[in-house]
Design a protein around this ligand. Structure first.
Ligand code: GLP
Length: 242
């Protein structure tokens, strides 16, 4: 794992965008793994500016999302398909039909999750995956106690994650979905390169565990230690317990 401690969220966004520009300039048909949450937003702002400036293009790429809520209304602004559309996909030149995510409203979720894993493989896999981390060390929606080698699957959200995300649902816990579909840690580990962002003091414990702790399902992000090309981008606060 390579650790970068940078002075601001903007500096982190620029550093990851630099890396994406390098990879996608060399391989214009590479696929990008996109994440929801606030952590990737400075990176998205940089990517949008660079595509607008003609420095970078995703016209031959596929975007693969990490996760989605189960049973959320198709037009809900917090449905992750809609979040990714708004924050990045609609503002760069990726083709709308090339933006993919696990389907949380499929009639048969068990079939849909298998098809999603297969689709990623069929399109050539993910060259670079952007990641955030939950305060409990979850990645995508792989919560503590789950398998470290799982594939895309249906999962139950922990109380902590539902409380953390209630701010997006009128601060009303009863409106936060209880289940999700998520790429498994095994699926995520198949990406050629991982770029994880963590900022703020509330991520410091999860970051310390991820970087220095023993690999354990109780801190799902610790599996990153096994990846041959994992980069972790931190601000001072998130790095404060290292
Ligand atoms: C959610 C998402 C994760 C994300 C996490 C942290 O639980 N499913 O993919 O990493 O939130 O979000 P933030 O970056 O806003 O702290």
């Amino acid at each position: 794992m390579e650790i970068f401690i940078l002075p601001s969220e903007e500096a982190i966004g620029k550093a990851i965008a630099d890396r994406i520009e390098e990879v996608f300039t060399a391989r214009p048909q590479a696929n990008l793994g996109v994440a929801t949450g606030s952590s990737p937003l400075p990176t998205y702002r940089e990517l949008i500016a660079r595509v607008a400036a003609g420095r970078l293009s995703f016209k031959d790429s596929h975007f693969f999302m990490l996760d989605e809520y189960v049973g959320i209304a198709e037009d809900h602004p917090e449905r992750y398909h809609n979040v990714i559309h708004t924050e990045i996909a609609s503002q760069v030149d990726v083709k709308p039909e090339n933006v993919h995510g696990p389907e949380g409203n499929a009639e048969d979720l068990q079939v849909a999750v298998k098809e999603y894993d297969q689709l990623i493989k069929d399109k050539g896999g993910v060259a670079l995956q952007i990641l955030g981390i939950g305060s409990d060390g979850h990645i995508a929606f792989n919560e503590p106690g789950g398998s470290l080698v799982s594939r895309t699957h249906v999962d139950t959200l922990t109380k902590q994650t539902r409380v953390d995300n209630a701010r997006f649902f009128d601060d009303d816990l009863s409106k936060v979905p209880t289940h999700c579909v998520t790429q498994g840690l095994g699926t995520i580990m198949d990406a050629e390169e991982l770029c994880l962002v963590a900022t703020g003091a509330n991520k410091a414990e999860a970051v310390a565990q991820m970087v220095e702790g023993a690999i354990s399902a109780m801190w799902p992000a610790t599996i990153m230690q096994m990846h041959p090309n994992a980069k972790v981008f931190l601000d001072e606060a998130a790095a404060s317990k290292l």
